[in-house]
Design a protein around this ligand. Structure first.
Ligand SMILES: N[C@@H](CCC(=O)N[C@@H](CS)C(=O)NCC(=O)O)C(=O)O
Length: 263
């Protein structure tokens, strides 16, 4: 039996893109972990019990050897250092740099494109189905005013088409970057071996499917091929949200209308 300090305890949300990254690393390395699900819809990230674990009120948090570890990209690198097999960082320093750049790009850019498209197409139907008073009571627990305001817009079930087109254009730019990189980096994003660079961008590939936006790959065949190979990996599959945790995909006519507006 694993001694308690050696156990990997993960506070996570199934549909959180940052949590997904850590779950993939755990699965690719065949590591067992103890799940502590945090519902972001219930704003459980702001309960006193969770703030005692992660004062920033974000998921994921990994606890290992009595240490609380924060921020998904540094956590992914930590796991790769402490559990080196199979390695998820290339040996070549230039390829290592590339893998780190994808981690940074995900957290700073790709994640935002996914967040904003998801808000319009996946979260709004869920938020707007909630009684307004309940939504307000939940959002009041968020200290960040901009975030609170953004989520309260979810009370309106109508898609904000300008916002959706803008965020889909941002997703197109991410897809362009994947396409041009895959023409030069090799089979994966940082060389010929699967690495943390691919782990970083896996949530983008996964969310494209959930959003019904596979049309992004139509003119970007290398990126589409990469996304399909990535999502077929057993480690990535094991890390994916179970069906019951996913938000329903948008209707086909919503995607058709989006494509019409994208031109
Ligand atoms: N820097 C953190 C960011 C994590 C993050 O933004 N998590 C989101 C879910 S994907 C979250 O917990 N949001 C809740 C909130 O901000 O209230 C990381 O890389 O892990």
């Amino acid at each position: 039996m694993t001694p308690p300090a050696e156990r990997l305890e993960l506070w996570h949300e199934w549909i959180s893109t940052h949590s997904f990254k850590v779950r993939i690393v755990l699965a690719e390395k065949g590591l067992a972990w103890t799940p502590h699900p945090i519902s972001l819809f219930e704003i459980e990230q702001r309960t006193p019990a969770y703030l005692a674990i992660n004062p920033a009120g974000e998921v994921p948090t990994l606890v290992h050897r009595g240490v609380k570890l924060y921020d998904s990209s540094p956590i992914a690198e930590y796991l790769d250092e402490v559990f080196p097999e199979p390695p998820l960082m290339p040996r070549d320093p230039v390829l290592r740099l590339q893998a780190r750049r994808w981690l940074k790009y995900h957290d700073g850019v790709a994640h935002l494109a996914v967040r904003d498209t998801s808000f319009q197409l996946l979260y709004k139907p869920k938020f707007s189905a909630m009684p307004r008073a309940e939504l307000e009571a939940r959002m009041a627990r968020l200290p960040d005013e901009a975030k609170r305001k953004r989520f309260l817009e979810g009370a309106n079930p109508q898609i904000d088409w300008d916002a959706l087109v803008r965020s889909t254009r941002a997703a197109e730019a991410v897809a362009d970057r994947l396409e041009s990189a895959l023409g030069t980096t090799g089979r994966w994003l940082a060389g010929d071996a699967f690495s943390l660079g691919d782990v970083a961008m896996a949530s983008f590939a996964d969310r494209v499917v959930n959003l019904g936006m596979e049309f992004l790959w139509e003119t970007r065949p290398a990126a589409g091929d990469w996304a399909r190979r990535l999502l077929a990996r057993p480690g990535v599959q094991a890390a994916c949200p179970p069906a019951g945790e996913r938000l329903p995909a948008p209707a086909a006519d919503t995607i058709a209308e989006l494509r019409r507006r994208l031109g």
